[in-house]
Design a protein. Sequence first.
Length: 415
Amino acid sequence: MNQYSLIGPFKQLLTMTGMPIKGALQDSQLPIIENGGIITKGDEIYAVGHFSDLKKEAQDLNAKPINIDSDLVCLPGFIDAHTHICFGGSRANDYALRNAGKTYLEIAQSGGGIWDTVTQTRKSSAEKLVTGIKDRADRHLHQGVTTIEVKSGYGLSVEEELKMLNAIATANKTIAADLIPTCLAAHMMPKDYKGTPEEYLSEISTTLFPILKEENLATRIDAFLEEGAYSAISIAPYFKKAKEMGFDITVHADQFSTGGSAVAVEYGAISADHLEASTETEIQLLANSNVIATALPGASMGLGCNYTPARRLLDAGASVAIASDWNPGSAPMGNLLIQAAVLGTFEKLSNTEVLSGITYRAAAALGLEDRGKIETGFLADFIAFPTHNYKEILYQQGMLQPTMVWKKGRLVVGQ
């Protein structure tokens, strides 16, 4: 079977190559190949260029021609670098209470919030969790998201966190999109734990971390630093242990109050996510580090709070990724493209800044160096929208959907 294919011509091909990982971006910097084409070799990109220039090379390779006979704009598959799509139940009641005037913390203190989802997730069978993950990942795939980070964190015990992480691993074997698992056992202090927060974190790090390594269930450790969750002091031994064992660190930071981004920088986290409460101090701290600032506009929309100060972060020189935070409580919509477009409107981001935030900068937030760009040697993950002008994608605020999605060189959505 021939492993080469020539795909094109695309009206516009946005490679997302040659742009910096940090700082502001102008649309004049966006690399666009008119009437572009892609030669794939198995699951990788072999060559990229003008379709007419690739034809001769494709003939020499005996590449299978996949002709595009309508106006399509092609760009890398989207990457959602922060989700919680492994969960049980619903928090529609929380949403109604918030809109009626209750705060996030008030709802949590009255039995709603994260603990409600913990209770419902613990009651869910592993099979039901797998089905939920697959359904949500498939919806994401049809919206152009080919790589999806997925957190645990609704188990909050060694046994239940393992149930979640095993469900993520099982789902990952049977779907087209790639799932990137993250252990968020430090999501909140479990209400049924008899000891102190420090004792709980010690139990997780000494008991769960070795199993994650042994069974290859996660290479990433996350923690929620906030009132009602964990403090910079209580999380310190936990992150030190994670670093010693070779885990990547990411942090739920500055959502309602500051302090989390400073911890992220101190421990060399790969990303600091949320940042809705970040001030100029935190913005400068992140800009002067290699930590990716991940904006979660879905949480701002779900909670009715400020957006991440993406404009100021970019202008200060930070790298900004954009993720959905898809979860049953604060970000139930789960539509990355809509959220990214809305963030762009409120934060005055260029098209290039928004698209970078859901492609190669999102890849950096996950430590992935093989996707997020249409470039030789990268995974053949790319998507095509039915338009002749890439600006229509964000202009239509998520209502324009990709009609073709390729994952590792295989057409998984469309014909």
